[in-house]
Design a protein around this ligand. Structure first.
Ligand SMILES: *Cc1c(COP(=O)(O)O)cnc(C)c1O
Length: 217
């Protein structure tokens, strides 16, 4: 466990698939972790982090950005439309674009700023009622809607159902991305990132395996 170990496992998984070393981006998920743990990983040289909450990110990352160069923070939690503007100030990427109203709001804001974060469409591959994400059968239409708004999409993201084998969900996401001409695949967490890399993940979101268990969240 820890950054060095997870990075080594990612490099090994890339090599096992014949993929270029470094082709998988590690997003270190720092939500609700004590600040000293996050600082330790920054000091080790890591710069790409994931957060789930706008409020927490606003409280935490401006100070770290002032002290460490080259930090990128990715939004991986549900994003309320009324927090979209603040999110664009805080995040370099958003992995949870999941509905037309949010696409609409982001498109307007992005147009006004002339800059767009990397955007991933979250897909509810397990069609779980409690989970966010576009349903697989609605995905192609949603992507067309987002593109019609001039949103430049980077890829797709999923969180497979907890009790299921994640592999078919990763394979499904990869197929949907290929079909829509999207290169980015945000999939794989502490328990399954190697499986995700085997299915083509470009971004893995690993929290507890780097930082230790979270007390909440
Ligand atoms: C918390 C979270 C993660 C990290 O989970 P771990 O199991 O701690 O690696 C990844 N993705 C999302 C969307 C999360 O909310």
């Amino acid at each position: 466990m820890g950054l060095t170990d997870i990075t080594a496992r990612i490099r090994a998984a890339e090599a096992a698939q014949g993929r270029v070393a470094g082709s998988v981006t590690l997003i270190a998920v720092s939500k609700v972790q004590p600040l000293p743990r996050v600082e330790a990983v920054l000091t080790e040289g890591h710069r790409i982090f994931g957060e789930n909450y706008v409020q927490e990110t606003a409280a935490k990352w401006p100070a770290f950005r002032a002290r460490f160069d080259g930090v990128a923070v990715h939004m991986i939690g549900p994003l309320q439309t009324n927090k979209a503007k603040q999110a664009l100030d805080l995040f370099d990427a958003i992995h949870t674009l999941d509905r037309p109203s949010l696409a609409d709001r982001l498109a307007r804001l992005v147009q006004a700023r002339g800059a767009c974060p990397d955007l991933f469409v979250q897909v509810n591959t397990g069609a779980e009622p409690q989970k966010a994400g576009v349903l697989p059968e609605a995905l192609d239409g949603f992507i067309a809607t987002a593109r019609a708004l001039d949103l430049r999409l980077t890829g797709l993201m999923c969180i497979p159902p907890e009790a299921e084998d994640p592999a078919p969900h990763f394979a499904q996401l990869a197929g949907m991305a290929a079909r829509n001409g999207l290169d980015g695949l945000s999939m794989g967490m502490s328990g399954d990132f190697e499986t995700a890399i085997a299915h083509g993940a470009t971004h893995v979101r690993v929290g507890s395996a780097i930082f230790g268990a979270r007390s909440t969240g």
